[in-house]
Design a protein around this ligand. Sequence first.
Ligand code: KG4
Ligand code: ZN
Length: 338
Amino acid sequence: MLVLGIESTCDETACAIVKDGKEILANIVSSQADMHLEYGGVVPELSCRSHVEMVIPTLDLALKKAGLQLSDIDVIAVAHAPGLIGALLIGLNAAKALSLALNIPFVGVNHVEAHLYAAIMSNKSEPVFPCLGVVLSGGHTALWKVGAVGDYQLLGQTIDDAIGEAFDKVAKMLGLPYPGGPAVEQLALSGTANIPLKPGKIKGKPLDFSFSGLKTGVLYSIRKPGAEEKILSDLQRADVAASFQEAALNDVVSKAILAAQEHELKDVILGGGVINNNRLREIFKEKAPHLRCFWPNLELSLDNAAMIAGLGYHVFLRKGKIGDEYSLQCQTRLPIGK
Ligand code: KG4
Ligand code: ZN
């Protein structure tokens, strides 16, 4: 079954063609990162306009790369949630229009669930279910017990900022460019984690996260309350980046270990932009050698449409090979498994 995937939840317009949920025939991503760079973050209005301009060229390129015609496609999968409302609308309407014109079914796919599926799609061996699902992205930070593709039990989540958002905000405080995660990771390489920063602990909820206190800790290490902003040396800035990164990533790994222990899970699937962080992978190796981690390939680890097409195949089968209605709406928030 050939599934065309469409992704437009935030600042990437992407189209991909995937066979039977795993074999990637084309995976085209058009990133808007350069456009948002000068504003220090995603500008929703600009993002929508760019999606409108890029969705058809991206689709054309995907078909060309795969050596296929539109008439070869069996099903369309589109990320209809969660994300920026205007951005989601472009992808969903493109999917509906193609479905109508080609007379083939379309299914809405949850973008966050697709990040987890990317880890399964990237690896030859399948994880043993139930396994632990760890989502670390710009909008989400959560731990799930995954019974199968499509079966999720939420174990813990952030009560304030997502971890990627915290990386982006810390990057801003340190004068680093958007997107902040890779820039903080780079700067941290030349620093030492010598500032005592602590991520949040939530009473009675040991698997929940809180990053807002950590962010304030970073702010105060740059500027004491009521005082002028300190002029930090390059080395001091690197120390702040390293201290934040160690605190945030160790918190994630400790909570993942605890969740796996409590629920007797041995395999871990990980997804979302923050899993590109090499230090995160090192900490998992150091602290959790007993857990088998399934990381997504590079091409599936940032926002992309191959993970949407891959998961879309399963969603379509799950629905008894019946597509969604044209009344399907996009949603800015949608828990996975709903
Ligand atoms: O999954 P993603 O591409 O988009 C969302 O669905 O949110 O994640 C983007 C987030 C951004 O906050 C970005 O700063 C972060 O992932 N990120 C990283 C790294 N690469 C991307 N954070 C830490 N270290 C990285 N190397
Ligand atoms: Zn994403």
